[in-house]
Design a protein around this ligand. Structure first.
Ligand code: FE
Ligand code: FE
Ligand code: ZN
Length: 302
């Protein structure tokens, strides 16, 4: 099982991410190369990066399974403001360069939001932008994330994902990241996961799946909301998620948790404790822990 969570990329860069992943008992991880919302980026510190590679080796974390997530401000779908559109293209190209420097193979991307233009035009904008970015010979694969369909998000149907892939010139540099919360919220029933995979295989091809974001959902099937819940504490439930994680067809695919931090009480809005160590443990044990929230609080309070 290759499992980890999203982690921060702080002062120590990749080294900080590896240390955090190890503290959760993870054997992979996903990181942003800076705050997801903003665009301030420091140059990659190669000394820390080399130390990170060594620490990964010592802890059986294969760099080939590590995932980067592109920042949210990148929107390749809308080109009404040409300056913003070009900024997004250049910024993503730069993020890919940084991944290359760190030997990271995959970058997950939200396809974008159409905001005020027709969806089919938005789809063509994304394909055009991706082809521009991929023109430069590189080794990093862009993984299109399946989205919940909140607002005007593109990529919330398999048809849209397929359309994008069909229009990419360098198919060897494109892939898909499934997000179980987003799929549920988009209307794909995760309780019939075999059916879903069959449909995915017929339309797109299972070989395109390179990462799975493992999240429970706070909302009902087809809600188009995108609110993640802790594993086993949402509408999907523990067994449905475990079935996806252990699915033989997704065996060697990295699974990444993006579940919410928890607070001192159940309705505490200040989310301070990371759940990942406990969620990973629960998943490895194959047994739901109904006391997980308290276990987490106790562990980190000390
Ligand atoms: Fe995402
Ligand atoms: Fe996700
Ligand atoms: Zn989400």
């Amino acid at each position: 099982m290759i499992i980890g969570s999203h982690v921060s990329f702080g002062k120590e860069g990749l080294l900080g991410s590896v240390k955090e992943a190890i503290s959760y008992g993870a054997n992979t991880f996903m990181f942003y190369t800076g705050a997801p919302q903003n665009t301030l980026r420091k140059p990659i510190d190669m000394k820390n990066t080399e130390e990170a590679w060594n620490l990964m080796k010592e802890n059986n974390i294969d760099i080939n399974t590590v995932i980067c997530h592109a920042p949210y401000i990148v929107n390749l779908a809308n080109n009404l403001d040409e300056r913003k559109y070009n900024f997004s293209i250049n910024f993503l190209a730069q993020e890919i360069k940084r991944c290359e420097e760190m030997k990271v193979k995959y970058i997950v991307l939200h396809p974008g939001s159409s905001v005020g233009i027709e969806r089919n035009i938005a789809l063509d904008n994304i394909a055009f932008a991706l082809n521009e970015i991929l023109k430069k010979d590189n080794s990093v694969q862009i993984l299109l994330e399946t989205m919940a369909g909140k607002g005007t998000e593109i990529g919330c149907t398999l048809e849209e994902i397929k359309y994008l892939i069909d229009h990419i010139d360098k198919k060897e540099l494109i892939g898909v990241c499934l997000d179980t919360c987003h799929l549920n919220d988009a209307g794909y029933n995760m309780t019939e996961f075999d059916e879903f995979l069959k449909k995915f295989d017929e339309q797109i091809g299972l070989n395109y799946i390179k990462c799975v974001h493992v999240n429970d959902s706070k909302n009902e099937l087809g809600a188009h909301k995108d609110r993640h819940a802790n594993i086993g504490y949402g509408t999907l439930g523990f067994d449905i998620i475990l079935n996806i994680i252990n699915h033989p067809k997704l065996m060697n695919i990295p699974k990444i948790l993006e579940t919410p931090y928890i607070g001192e009480t159940d309705d505490d809005k200040a989310r301070i404790y990371p759940p990942y160590k406990f969620e990973i443990e629960m998943i490895r044990n194959g047994q739901f822990n109904s006391n997980m929230m308290n276990d987490i609080r106790e562990f980190y309070r000390k």
